[in-house]
Design a protein around this ligand. Structure first.
Ligand SMILES: [Mn+2]
Length: 365
């Protein structure tokens, strides 16, 4: 297991690389090109500059998150073939710089969604919060987009690009004719074209589960449970067609029993499709109402030891990053992506991993 840390680049992340390098378990950063127009092939000079910065900081750049999928591809309309070709070109360019895994998602219109980005816990730390009741009150999604932007303190928010927000009304109209089945068809079409390129480039494609993993605003979501994910992984049966197992996203639906899901992938011969793990805990109050928490098992609804053990038993040998952390110790940063709590999480998760591996070696398991 290689531990990595999400970083938004020199201009968009308040955390300097040298601080990330001081987290003992972290070998590399997960990068993106913030604000780069979705649908265009990533600029090679920009990739090269980012690579130079990261390597100069003593870290690796083997994982990218995310290369976003243009809405035309999800809709199966417009200029989808052009956008798919541009996506393929991005993979070719990234492969020149040693990128080995690309995390992406296939959520219509909205990326991750929350109703509060700074919900205060009893200890004074703040976390991201989701209340379906609040989301259901939103009559104009443009308003929610504005609120999200404002409460992020104007920080760049992955997946919430301006071009898409400008087209919200039009997109909602277009999605009226796309149900879950149609979305799956369009997804399979995309994979059919992209996976052969990923194979050539030796880049593992790793889809991120929908967050939250159920339909919102009447838009279909299909990367949301074991059965649907298995179907996607079978749609193009290649080791390069894989998954980012985000425990917090998948786990915010209490029906998704995470250790059981991981073990099921093992039984189905799909364990080698888990290329990337986003490890975090989440506290479910009831269905549709949850908040994020510290990584520690007792802080949330999930037993992180059981999750890490299931991954180990499945033979997981990919990249892992601590996902969203709380905002603590007076840090002022991007919601979910502060330095301190993610650093604590990285070390905790590595502690679990070390204990699991060593008890295995000692024949205790
Ligand atoms: Mn995640």
């Amino acid at each position: 297991m290689k531990t990595v840390f999400r970083w938004f680049g020199p201009e968009n992340d308040p955390i300097p690389l040298k601080h990330i390098r001081q987290i003992p378990s972290v070998e590399g950063v997960v990068v993106t090109l913030p604000g780069f127009p979705v649908g265009e092939a990533w600029d090679e000079e920009k990739i090269a500059a980012l690579h130079k910065t990261v390597r100069g900081g003593g870290l690796t750049m083997e994982v990218v998150e995310s290369v976003e999928v243009h809405e035309d591809i999800k809709l199966g309309a417009g200029k989808r073939d052009l956008y798919i070709e541009n996506y393929a070109e991005t993979l070719r360019r990234l492969s020149k710089f040693g990128v080995k895994a690309v995390c992406y998602n296939f959520m219509p219109v909205f990326d991750w969604t929350r109703s509060d980005l700074a919900y205060e816990l009893p200890d004074g730390s703040t976390v991201l919060y989701y209340d379906q009741g609040e989301i259901d009150k939103v009559t104009d999604p443009r308003q929610m987009a504005e609120d999200m932007k404002r409460s992020s303190g104007g920080a760049y928010m992955p997946g919430w690009d301006a071009e898409k927000l400008d087209r919200l009304i039009e997109l909602f109209e277009l999605y009226k004719s796309v149900d879950g089945e149609k979305l799956f068809e369009n997804y399979a079409y995309f994979l059919g074209k992209i996976i052969p390129v990923a194979e050539e480039c030796d880049i593992k494609m790793a889809v991120h589960p929908d967050d939250p993993p159920w339909n919102i605003f009447g838009l279909p979501r299909i990367v949301n449970n074991q059965k649907n994910i298995e179907r996607i992984l079978r749609a193009v049966d290649s080791p390069y067609n894989g998954l980012t197992l985000c425990t917090g996203s998948l786990g915010s639906d209490p029906d998704n029993d995470l250790p059981a899901i991981i073990r099921r992938f093992g039984e189905a011969g799909l364990a080698d499709r888990i290329h990337f793990v986003h490890a975090r805990n989440v506290k479910i109050i009831k269905a549709g109402l949850f908040h994020e928490s510290a990584h520690l098992s007792k802080s949330g609804s999930y037993d992180m030891y059981e999750i890490m053990k299931a991954l180990r038993d499945a033979g997981f040998d990919g990249y892992m990053r601590p996902d969203h952390g709380r905002m603590i110790w007076g840090e002022n940063g991007r919601p979910g992506y502060g330095l301190y709590d993610r650093a604590i999480g990285a070390e905790y998760l590595n502690g679990l991993w070390e204990a699991i591996v060593k008890s295995e070696e000692a024949g205790l398991r």
